[in-house]
Design a protein around this ligand. Structure first.
Ligand code: AHR
Length: 550
């Protein structure tokens, strides 16, 4: 049972100050937690793009995961894995980023067009991390899956393409030509003809273009000032073909405030007008350090995807929860040069990153098996994005399949939806809704961090309004205790509703090729009526409530 001290402490930790309001609303006694949805306080439209995806030409992501080939025994549509297309079509995937990641700054898009048998084989950027017996397509890019195939994939699943251009190793001219290949009208240019010959007469109309990736690291080791200079050059006078282009600049790694500051300071040296050339600033944040403060070493600090204790569960969530401060912090830094916030945040890589060892297909680089922990992590992260719709315009989970926080795992003819995939299916209900201010209050969870007391919040989530339907998602991160919460919808009564719950008896639960539904969402009709309803969030769970308002 919540003590008053815990309740006050957690409210304060959350930066909330609403005890007087709660007392005015006369919340019921005896419940553990409170959720207050302030229906007339709209915080912004939730862009469908914040539930976006990321596909890099890395190990088993493209070759095996997505591309199986037209002649494969694996059911496919134009060479693309059919089960993947079918599953993705269910989650309304608004946008997919390709071809990297670090790979993007080594990629020449021209290698991936034209007759398939004429396309060159190139050493993949990730070759150095592949084992000697890795499939040839993982080590040496056959370029079978290029721009046309990616555009085809996007069409099949109903998503918009987001292409990441090479700024480190190709000139700006190559970038313009890629735009020309994708967007110039049928019959207008030689490249449009080449596209037509390949069977794609109509332009792809690609709107989103990344200009380099992680330019502070694998994308060229630039200083923010050097990168800003390159960025200005790359985006100046890029030809448009009736499709307004949205340029996404390589942004900071985690809490690197100096990158955001230095980049924008240099950008505006040529005048404030330059700000309008930037649609988004890409923020990357991976949760990887589970060493409990012992090390900052990238390899030593990582934990295991499948073998972990409750303390590792909370530590991972803590690392991921930093996302909210990163969004707020970079937004603040951006306002120094861009007080009107012309530029939005694009979190185009996020997710947990564990050490090697849990690959569904042994040998696949950066592949890990997502568990219930990663589902809770993903729900928590998407709730953070939902709480900042005016700041975050796009986000792309790293990555879609066979890599890091995968929604799907696949190998040859085997395929499975991971717990993360299920969370994406649940959260699709938020897309395009009006984000509504919602306050969560619950006792903090206390745990032992190597002999020292540590705590984590007890319940958080987000809400969006879709006409008369209110969608509330929430995460109970407590590994053992359910949490009863009273939900107050200020401004309207609830007539009816249903709940979708994702949890499992074991926090390590995960889906495999043989056991596909160890973690799967359960739907439940709930007796909701009135302006105040009660719901019990199971331990270690992600929940979606769809409430029909009177
Ligand atoms: O997602 C894997 C890698 O992580 C990407 O290629 C890179 O951008 C990041 O460092």
């Amino acid at each position: 049972m919540i003590s008053r001290r815990d309740f006050v402490r957690n409210s304060a930790v959350a930066g909330l100050c609403f005890l007087p309001k709660f007392s005015r609303l006369a919340f019921a006694q005896g419940v553990d937690a409170h959720i207050e949805v302030v229906l007339d306080d709209i915080i912004g439209t939730i862009s469908p793009n914040i539930f976006g995806h990321f596909v890099e030409n890395l190990s088993g992501v493209v070759y095996d995961g997505i591309w199986v080939g037209e002649d494969s025994k694996v059911p496919n549509v134009h060479g693309i894995r059919k089960e993947l297309v079918d599953e993705m079509s269910k989650i309304n995937p608004a946008v997919v980023r390709f071809p990297g990641g670090c790979f993007a700054d080594s990629y020449d898009w021209r290698d991936g067009i034209g007759p398939a048998d004429k396309r060159p084989r190139r050493t993949n950027f990730w070759n150095g991390g592949e084992t000697a017996d890795a499939p040839a397509s993982h080590r040496y890019d056959p370029n079978r899956f290029g721009t046309n195939e990616f555009a085809q994939f996007c069409r099949l699943i109903g998503a918009q393409p987001y292409l990441a251009a090479n700024l480190r190793s190709l000139p700006a001219e190559a970038f313009y030509r890629w735009v020309e290949y994708c967007n110039s009208p049928a019959g207008s240019t030689t490249l449009a003809d080449e596209r037509g010959t390949a069977g794609f007469k109509d332009p792809f109309n690609v709107k989103y273009w990344g200009v380099g990736n992680e330019s502070w690291g694998c994308g060229g080791n630039f200083t923010p000032q050097e990168y800003a200079t390159e960025f200005r050059r790359f985006v100046t006078w890029v030809p448009e073909y009736g499709q307004k282009l949205a340029f996404i600049a390589s942004g900071p790694d985690g809490a690197n405030w100096a990158w955001t500051h230095g980049f924008l300071e240099e950008i505006v040296r040529k005048g404030k007008g330059m700000l309008s050339s930037i649609y988004g600033l890409a923020l990357h944040h991976y949760a990887w350090n589970l060493s409990r403060g012992r090390t900052q070493d990238w390899n030593e600090g990582k934990g295991d995807a499948l073998k972990f204790d409750p303390v590792d569960w909370y530590e991972l969530l803590r690392e991921g929860d930093r996302m909210e401060q990163l969004i707020q912090g970079h937004w603040q830094v951006m306002s120094e040069q861009d007080p009107g916030h012309t530029i939005k945040l694009v979190v185009d890589e996020w997710g947990p990153w564990y050490r090697p060892g849990s690959e569904a297909t042994p040998g696949d680089q950066l592949e890990q098996i997502p568990t219930l922990r990663d589902a809770v992590f993903s729900g928590m992260t998407m709730d953070i994005f939902n709480r900042h719709p005016e700041k975050v315009t796009m986000a792309n989970c790293a990555q879609l399949i066979n890599c890091l926080n995968s929604l799907y795992l696949a190998h040859e003819n085997r395929f499975v939806v991971t717990p993360v995939g299920h969370v994406f299916a649940m959260y699709a209900a938020h897309q395009g809704g009006e984000g509504v201010r919602t306050e969560f209050s619950a006792p903090a969870i206390h745990y032992d961090r190597d002999g020292k007391a540590a705590s984590f919040w007890g319940l958080r989530g987000s809400a969006s309004l879709h006409g008369k339907q209110l969608v509330v998602t929430a995460v109970n991160p407590n590994v053992k205790d359910p949490l009863q919460a009273q939900i107050v919808t200020r401004g309207a009564r609830v007539n009816s509703g249903k709940a979708t719950i994702l949890t499992a008896p074991d926090i390590h639960a995960h889906n495999t090729f043989d056991q596909k539904r160890a973690v799967a969402p359960q739907e439940k009709d709930v007796q909701f009526k009135g302006e105040s309803v009660s719901f019990t969030f199971p331990a270690a769970s992600v929940t979606k409530l769809q409430l029909n308002l009177a």
